[in-house]
Design a protein around this ligand. Structure first.
Ligand SMILES: *Cc1c(COP(=O)(O)O)cnc(C)c1O
Length: 562
């Protein structure tokens, strides 16, 4: 069944979350969507890769919001047998003194041009495991630190064992974020085993050999965001599965720092935007850190109505996004009508979900992403009187969305605050909060709004990808200069910057946001329609051609894999 995949040596791409199918809840946010877009492009470009992730049968979670914006969660259960094929192979790992059996599913990710990438879904819900161990691959980012460590061991160690059991030949490993870094310990163990048999060599000489095999992409410019595990727990959970002395050398003597392990075990290291690579170099002095700016998958993210227009005027664009450079040849009216169709589709989606009617003629400002504090979803509402004044002068509408991690009380509180504000301003300014923000809703919202807002606290937005999705749809960004937007912003042409690049400007962003909205964005929408449509074209032309995952994967191939 796997023969046509295993006969070519491949790059293994390990990620705790991969959004490989838009209906399946195997992701929590940007990291998983990026992993999915990466695999989609790999399939389109027919790259020899294999994705490895956990099956996450109960997903991240489904978000429920009551009328006050109080979030509750329920499992988002999916049945792998409906989408994937059970593979006969089995492997195991010792966790807390128990043998945990690991099974696997094969999901065949098909690209546009007959390419196909195998995605291996690791699953401990198999016979022979205790009920607790069967649940280890159920909840993405669920449970406590011990559960997380076990999941990360399943991904890094179990993933490598499964690839071997299935007969894959891997010439490069790509760790997407540090969750899979125990892979390094497993590869070292294998080398040691083979070298002890042959020449009884010194262990540390194996590190360069393992390093040559590994690439690591870091995504977290916040120190607290890096997984750290207590060595007492590591010893209790992993016991003989890892050589603690070696791990301590690579991952830090105080605690198991997954990022440090990945940094020390990888030949090629990169950040996900130029600025993020700079920030990472400061965080991790002494490492050579490259920059490969993220991208989004053209066909996944362009709205159906715009895709139809692009197919007509720029055939081949979704395989070769560089062709979008000729977007000027599309009649203004065709582009505008395509956008209006996407907007109508968003408006009817909102009508169904929320029983609120938005107006096609009025601009829609969109903001949706994980509700975590550095994203500052409340910045737009920091001066409500001012916001209402602007809306009285230039009417507009706001659509919000996003999940808070079940244990993030601050994030949950933020969602409630946003609901309170929505009620306060509703007579002048309609504000809608979409429930259960996911890929399907992101597509509707980003393609259907007129302005895409992002207001992160510098320098915490490593890249940000939803703004790229907006650009490739011809939607202008209004964003804080951080992450990818530093590279993508051409003021007044692809959107507008809020503030400058320095973190010292974080405190002035609300003022800058209101000024831009009132003096530039909304006046252009109402009074200079032609300029607005030209701006839509410039977004596609300058940013769609560049911030796409085809370009990104080609760079990974040239700079990291080969
Ligand atoms: C793209 C996307 C994200 C990431 O958005 P950012 O702008 O990077 O925060 C999160 N969730 C979903 C569902 C997405 O599609």
């Amino acid at each position: 069944m796997l023969d046509h995949f295993t006969h070519t040596p491949r790059v293994a791409y390990l990620s705790m979350e991969i959004a490989f199918h838009e209906d399946l809840p195997t992701y929590s946010g940007g990291l998983g969507v990026l992993a999915g877009d990466s695999m989609l492009s790999a399939a389109d470009l027919d790259l020899p890769m294999v994705g490895v992730t956990l099956v996450s049968r109960e997903g991240y979670f489904r978000q429920h919001l009551d009328s006050d914006g109080c979030q509750t969660e329920s499992p988002e259960t999916w049945d792998p047998s409906q989408y994937a094929t059970r593979l006969p192979a089995k492997t195991s790992i010792q966790l807390q003194g128990e043998t945990v059996w690991i099974g696997a599913w094969l999901y065949e990710l098909k690209g546009h041009m007959n390419g196909c990438i195998p995605i291996i879904l690791l699953d401990t819900f198999v016979e022979g495991n205790s009920a607790d161990n069967q649940a280890l691959t159920h909840h993405l980012y669920g449970g406590d630190a011990r559960y997380r460590l076990k999941q990360e061991a399943l991904l890094g160690i179990g993933g490598e064992r499964m690839l071997r059991a299935l007969g894959f030949t891997i010439f490069r490993y790509h760790m997407n974020e540090g969750h899979s870094a125990l892979l390094i310990s497993e590869l070292l163990k294998q080398y040691r085993f083979s070298s002890e048999n042959m020449r009884n060599s010194e262990h540390s000489s194996d590190i360069p050999r393992v390093k040559r095999l590994c690439c690591f992409t870091t995504h977290t410019p916040v120190d607290a965001g890096h997984d750290r595990f207590d060595y007492a727990m590591v010893e209790a959970v992993l016991g003989e599965e890892v050589d603690l002395n070696t791990v301590k050398k690579l991952a830090g003597s105080e605690c198991l720092n997954m990022t440090q392990l990945a940094l020390n075990g990888s030949q090629y290291i990169n950040g996900v935007a130029k600025k993020h690579a700079d920030v990472s170099r400061d965080m991790f002095p002494g490492y050579r850190i490259h920059a490969i700016t993220n991208g989004v998958h053209p066909h996944r993210w362009v709205s159906p109505s715009l895709a139809e227009v692009l197919d007509t005027y720029l055939p081949g664009w979704c395989h070769e996004p560089e062709l979008l450079r000729n977007v000027d040849g599309i009649p203004n009216d065709a582009l505008w009508q395509a956008h209006q169709l996407a907007k109508k589709s968003l408006i009817s989606h909102i009508q169904e979900q929320q029983k609120t009617t938005l107006q096609l003629e009025l601009p829609i400002l969109g903001f949706a992403r994980r509700m975590t504090s550095y994203k500052r979803a409340d910045l737009l509402f920091s001066d409500i009187d001012r916001l209402v004044q602007i809306a009285e002068r230039y009417p507009f509408q706001i659509v919000l969305g996003g999940k808070a991690h079940p244990q993030d009380h601050e994030g949950k509180h933020l969602i409630q605050q946003l609901h309170i504000v929505a009620k306060t301003v509703k007579n002048v300014l309609p504000v809608v909060f979409l429930e259960n923000y996911d890929i399907a809703q992101a597509r509707q919202l980003i393609g259907g709004c007129d302005i895409w807002l992002n207001t992160p606290l510098r320098p915490y937005e490593a890249s940000g990808t939803s703004g790229m999705k907006a650009s490739i749809n011809g939607i202008a960004n209004l964003s804080v200069l951080d992450g990818w937007w530093i590279e993508g912003c051409v003021e007044g042409k692809t959107g507008w910057a809020i503030g400058g690049v320095s973190p010292s400007e974080n405190g002035n962003d609300a003022l800058s946001l209101y000024q831009k909205l009132e003096q530039q964005v909304l006046p252009m929408y109402y009074d200079r329609k032609l300029d607005w449509v030209q701006m839509m074209k410039t977004c596609i032309q300058k940013n769609g051609t560049y911030f796409n995952s085809h370009r990104m994967m080609r760079r990974y191939v040239c700079e990291a894999y080969l």
